[in-house]
Design a protein. Sequence first.
Length: 661
Amino acid sequence: MRNRTPFAADRALDIVCLGRLGVDFYAQQIGARLEDVTSFAKYLGGSSANTAFGCARLGLRAGLISRVGDDAMGRFLTETLAREGCDVSHVGIDPSRLTAAVVLGIEDKDTFPLIFLRENCADMAIGDAEIDEAYVASAKALLITGTHFSTEYIAGVGNRALDHARANDVRTILDIDYRPVLWGLTKRGDGATRYVASDTVTAHLQKLLPRFDLVIGTIEEFNIAGGSDDIMRSLTEVRRHTDAVLVVKRGPLGCAVIDGAVPGSLDAAFNGAGVKVDVLNVLGAGDAFSAGFMSGWVRGEDYDACARYANACGALVVSRHGCAPAMPTRVELDYFLAHASGIPHPDRDATLTRLHRVTAPRTPRDEVLAFAFDHRPQFFVLAQQAGADEARLPRLKQLFVDAVARVEADRGLAGRIGLLCDDRYGADALNAATGRGWWIGRPVELPGSNPLVFDRGRSVGTTLVSWPAEHVVKCLAQYHPDDVIENRLEQEAQIRTLYDAVQASGHEMLLEIVPPKSLPRESDTVLRAVKRLYNLGIYPEWWKLEAMDEAQWAAMDALIAERDPHCRGVLILGQSANVEALAQAFQEARGSTACRGFAVGRTIFEAPSRRWLAGEIDDETLVRDVGAKFEALLDAWQDARAPRTAAESWDACRAAAPALR
């Protein structure tokens, strides 16, 4: 079916969604009654917000009109939307109301208890500032959900937005989004009931229907709009009130698109085939469906394409935990559409899961310049040698954070600065560093272990539960591709365990490969180690590797480009190299596309730390000395990356070396 909808050209936004925006608290124990759930995952929620999020993730220029409270949950929502590329300039902040929330459970494939916590919530108090006419007019289309006509006040807001749309050639969409509890038709705690007949709601919706160009709903939702328990009678009644294109969601059967007269049955309408997958959670699948449909509709694609996108998006979300974070990117959607018949369990497909992880927007990290002080035995030895109490080490690492902050400010390195820090001596330092936008790596390995052992026990996934999402999981493995098979297999099994754990936790992973000195080394040993791990299906976001010559860097670049084009990059490790060797290492890597920075520690901290622990310098001198060494290393890196002749490069190395001593 041809999409004949006319859209205005040269609009800043493809679509603006108006309506619900809240926090979803999803039960993590699948199969448990909501009464028995012990922990929840926090996600973006609300039908309109989910749809706007999904549209942005699929490449549309999307915006949201809503409100949040002046609270942490509201900031979480706006930051999540903005990170996805969704415009939040018209998400207002309500000083007197809290952000809406929903608590949800997953008991089985058909039972999804939920409680709406929406008493006088912020998103039901949208005002004139949010529905600014110029903003509505900047879009090709405006989508409103039925919930935002459920009270007299919010219905007035929705109708004013529709007035703006109609006056400015903006196409309008109604997602019926019927929740009886939000219309006051069930007791407040009964959010799970999806359908209650109501002449009042039917009459209210029918007054609105003439104002829309497209109406989307499930069979139950069209029944409430049409006032019948027979879908064809309901659709006939809906058609009496509107000429809009009607899109009926049919679950695993797909969807029916009716552009014109209502046929004798849904099967006689144009139908986009559904995608059969194993269902985990239907909550939010309709929002994903709408986002998928919109991604084709506002681009003028035919209804066959719109339905394919919509049905596939819905199928992906029903197989996953949560709604907004489960929505696909365009790359992921295209892969799924090409292979859907062979992927009955999208949540278990390794390729699809990886695409979902790496093609969604991530904090840009084109360069990482990291001060590494995650060492543990080395600091213990420093304290012993200085005759200092081990209890002073946490304070030392906190001062390192002060030094990093000072360097960031002085050098204008926002978005590029980083550190590596442990939680044994550096827990307070980690807390002080978190939330600043820094790249933060945190070790999980037991220092010196070979084969690899995790510092907090074998259940590394349990360890990661308490880590902030922004922390990068760093693991040093003394791994050699030619090691005796028993040791190599144990190493690989442990690395695989960690890789699987971060896939579940959502953390990024930094894998540091240092071949043990007891085994023979060739120039390509590290390259072959990385290749072997790729062969095993292990794709860390970051690698931390020792210095290499130009030829090996070129080979590493080629390997990463071939095996993992989504890799975030390689960081050069210091490994107690002397200053001249480290500066030369930067020069050797200057032409590498995969090398994105460094993570160096002892070159920076060893001498100042020894003096501080011995009581020879005070806190301020330590911060200044550590900062100076870090800055000198930054100079060496930046000099190596600056265009120059070979002779100039060597002179730069020699010039940088004295400052680092």
